[in-house]
Design a protein around this ligand. Structure first.
Ligand SMILES: *Cc1c(COP(=O)(O)O)cnc(C)c1O
Length: 412
């Protein structure tokens, strides 16, 4: 293969991303290597996707085994890996039925379409004409992120992601996150769904309060709206529970999962109850690749690993190591206003003096050999492998410390 570089990107790719100069060609565990042999410690995890690091042997084995058996059958055939993964998800969560797709946005698209459909069916059952059915309202939250399809990006609601794409799907409104009074007022008997992240990822690594999620559950029960938890980022072990709803003790009606579920192989899923699932009648929704045997064989191996007590307890241990190391950096440089998050989704909000500098710090960190993420202009975000070796946590934080030192020296 010719030696491609970052420059090739500008010649052949649609310019909707702005990748850095580092071009990894191999990955092992929590380390990424480019052609020149330069190694970065990976605290980004492909944005909370590489839940078991890069090329985890058990996952590679599952993929190779399935690659020799069966790659694809259309949805008019069931397949064993999909049935196996669905069975595992049903056994380990509140869900009784699973719909597979290929991404987080598709999982949310399915969730919102299902909610609309349930509401419409119920209104028709009460004798309303389909064209006058009115229960289509969706309540979402400020700073949310739900994906980039037109429906899910409208639920995301951020202006910068919506410009130029109108007309947008109607019926979606936003209220401030963690503001139960505002949510209660917005959720009425015209609302079919409330979609919420138990912890906002892209929006700044902001956990919900328990009272907020409990209050949403109660209000949904009072009004008949469905509660949708978008666990695309918080799911698959990320918070130290298989799904974050388990940590909060609040059970949704519909849950969406993707990112970490495939540990790097594209897969998404919508989980729900049998009672709600039945509204997706034959032909009412679908996707060609949903339930793909390769994706599901990988997902199945991933779930076996991440649902184990060893891995989940390891997330808490690594969380503690991160917090301790980040506090140490902060004691020296005073750059973080708050260190927050759950499990291995952590955020460091910068103090006002360094506001807006998250991007610069991510670039400096890369220069010093550690890859991290931002969550908005003011927050550094960490979403590493759930099994990142503690030695890599330590070394990565050392490198981050050097980046922070250089940043502080330059801005003094
Ligand atoms: C990443 C993300 C999505 C979108 O997932 P895609 O796979 O990019 O479509 C949706 N919701 C949340 C909370 C996410 O973090």
């Amino acid at each position: 293969m010719p030696a491609y570089t970052r420059a090739t990107f500008d010649q052949v790719m649609v310019p909707n991303y702005a990748p850095g100069a580092f071009l990894p060609v191999t990955g092992k565990g929590s380390r990424l290597k480019d052609r020149s042999g330069r190694v970065l410690i990976d605290f980004a995890g492909g944005i909370a996707v590489n839940s078991l690091g890069h090329c985890h042997p058990a996952v590679v084995k599952a993929l190779e085994r399935q690659a020799r058996r069966l790659w694809h059958v259309a949805n008019f055939c069931a397949n064993e890996p999909a049935l196996e993964l669905a069975s595992k998800l049903v056994a380990k969560t509140f869900a009784e039925r699973v719909f597979f797709c290929n991404s987080g946005a598709e999982a949310n698209e399915a969730a919102l379409k299902l909610a609309r459909r349930v509401a419409s069916d119920r209104e028709i059952a009460k004798g309303k004409r389909p064209d006058v059915a009115k229960r289509h309202g969706i309540v979402a939250f400020t700073n949310a992120f739900h994906g980039r399809t037109l429906f899910t990006v409208t639920a995301t609601g951020q202006k910068k992601y919506l410009e130029g794409y109108g007309p947008l799907p109607a019926g979606i409104r936003h209220v401030p996150y963690n503001d139960l009074a505002a949510a209660k007022a917005a959720i009425t008997n015209r609302t079919c769904a409330v979609i919420v992240e138990p912890m906002q990822g892209e929006g700044g690594v902001t956990p919900a309060t328990k009272a907020f999620l409990k209050g949403l559950r109660k209000r949904c029960d009072e009004t008949g709206a469905l509660l949708v938890f978008d666990e695309v980022q918080t799911g698959a072990g990320r918070t130290g529970a298989l799904y974050a709803y388990m940590k909060f003790g609040v059970t949704p009606d519909i849950l969406t999962t993707a990112k970490g579920l495939g540990a790097g192989f594209p897969i998404g899923a919508m989980l729900t109850t049998a009672k709600l699932a039945k509204h997706f009648t034959v032909g009412s929704h679908g996707t060609t690749f949903g339930g793909n045997p390769l994706a599901c064989a990988v997902g199945s191996a991933v779930v076996d690993l991440i649902a184990s007590r060893k891995v989940l307890a390891g997330v808490d241990k690594r969380h503690a190591a991160f917090v301790k190391g980040l506090e140490r950096i902060n004691a020296k440089y005073g750059v973080f206003r708050e260190i927050r998050g759950m499990g291995l989704l952590l955020g460091c909000e910068l103090v006002p003096a360094h506001a807006g500098k998250a991007k610069d710090l991510v670039a400096l960190a890369e220069k010093h050999g550690v890859m991290l993420l931002q969550a908005g202009p003011d927050v550094l975000r960490f979403a590493p492998s759930l099994v990142i070796p503690l030695a890599d946590v330590k070394e990565g934080l050392n490198r981050l410390g050097k980046a922070v030192a250089e940043h502080c020296a330059a801005t003094r």
